[in-house]
Design a protein around this ligand. Structure first.
Ligand code: ATP
Ligand code: MG
Length: 306
């Protein structure tokens, strides 16, 4: 498209953005993924879900992972969470190998995973009480985190009384209450309508600014990734490999106005080229032909609507 020729390169960073990345890279490494591979053994044979994945995440960095469906995003995050064993390579959190789930990692998934029989407050207290905190202590901590996510007024409500966005805010509070080193989020806003989703993105950035936590966030929404991330890890499918690691050149703090800034659009054009590479004319013709063939079965009508 011609419009793209007017855009700066997605590599162009302003002085402020360069300085932010310089500072970021000086912070300690929280997560290190080295030559990570995952092969699932299924009845039909082996499926290589991930191959040779390498990256590092610094303290208080916000990393998004994007890639086509089936490229291994959820597999990656489940391995980092310790919910799924990997088959090669290493995952180090604060320099120590990940061998199972732990309090140093908080999880938020797309599906609402609150306990429906517990109040909002009790949901947030749950993890602390499991770790032997007294009810008094756990209650105080829960109240503090509920205030941070703006839900202190709903402490005694039950999950079914909350909107989708509110449920995810409780899920974030519940994940943060254990003060994890890293928050692992797998398409957490995927089930929300566009408006709630936009609100949650802004809200999450606010939380991240105020809490000492590193975030790894999976999404297949390019705008969401650019809006949130310091860096975006782009995976490709079959097998899931790192295609590119993009430093997002959009300055912070970010607001909805940034969605149309030249840096934002340049980054989006780059991501689109990586994720939806342009098809050749022959490929397009073959696709059109297949659709026509399929449609012929349905369209036995004389009158054409076009
Ligand atoms: N438990 C499993 N057993 C066998 N194969 C699996 C299993 N889980 C995932 N896979 C395969 O591994 C690959 C990666 O799956 P994964 O769910 O990690 O992808 P994803 O990037 O999260 O996809 P989506 O965007 O649709 O959520 C796919 O080919 C999938 O079929
Ligand atoms: Mg997934």
């Amino acid at each position: 498209m011609d419009m793209n020729t007017n855009l700066p390169s997605y590599l162009d960073q302003s002085e402020a953005v360069k300085n932010r990345f310089d500072r970021l890279k000086q912070r300690e490494v929280i997560l290190e993924v080295k030559q990570l591979g995952k092969v699932y053994k299924t009845a039909k044979g082996e499926v290589t879900a991930l191959k040779n994945i390498n990256f590092k995440t610094h303290r208080r960095e916000f990393v998004c992972v994007i890639g086509p469906s089936g490229c291994g995003k959820s597999t990656l995050i489940r391995i980092l969470a310790g919910l799924e064993p990997h088959t090669s390579g290493d995952v180090l959190l604060d320099g120590k190998p990940v061998t199972g789930p732990g309090r140093d990692r908080g999880m938020v998934f797309q599906g609402y995973t609150l306990f429906p029989w517990l109040s909002v407050r009790k949901n947030v207290m749950f993890g602390l009480e499991m770790n032997n905190a007294s009810a008094d202590e756990a209650g105080k901590e829960a109240d503090m985190w509920l205030e941070l996510v703006g839900l202190e007024k709903f402490a005694n409500a039950y999950p079914h009384e909350l909107s989708g966005g509110m449920k995810q805010r409780v899920a974030i509070a519940r994940a943060l209450v254990n003060q994890p080193r890293i928050l692992l989020m797998d398409e957490p806003f995927g089930a929300l309508d566009a408006q709630s989703r936009a609100k949650m993105q802004t809200h999450l950035l606010e939380i991240w600014r105020n809490v000492d936590v590193t975030i790894l966030f999976i999404t297949h929404d390019l705008d969401e990734a650019i809006f949130l991330a310091d860096r975006i890890l782009v995976l490709k499918a079959h097998p899931g490999e790192v295609q590119e690691l993009i430093e997002v050149p959009v300055p912070r703090p970010r607001s909805v106005r940034d969605f149309t800034s030249p840096e934002f659009l340049a980054t989006k054009a780059r991501l689109e080229a990586l994720i939806h590479p342009p098809k050749t004319l022959a490929e397009k013709d073959a696709e059109d032909e297949a659709i026509t063939q399929r449609m012929i079965r349905f369209v036995n009508i004389e009158d054409n609507v076009e």
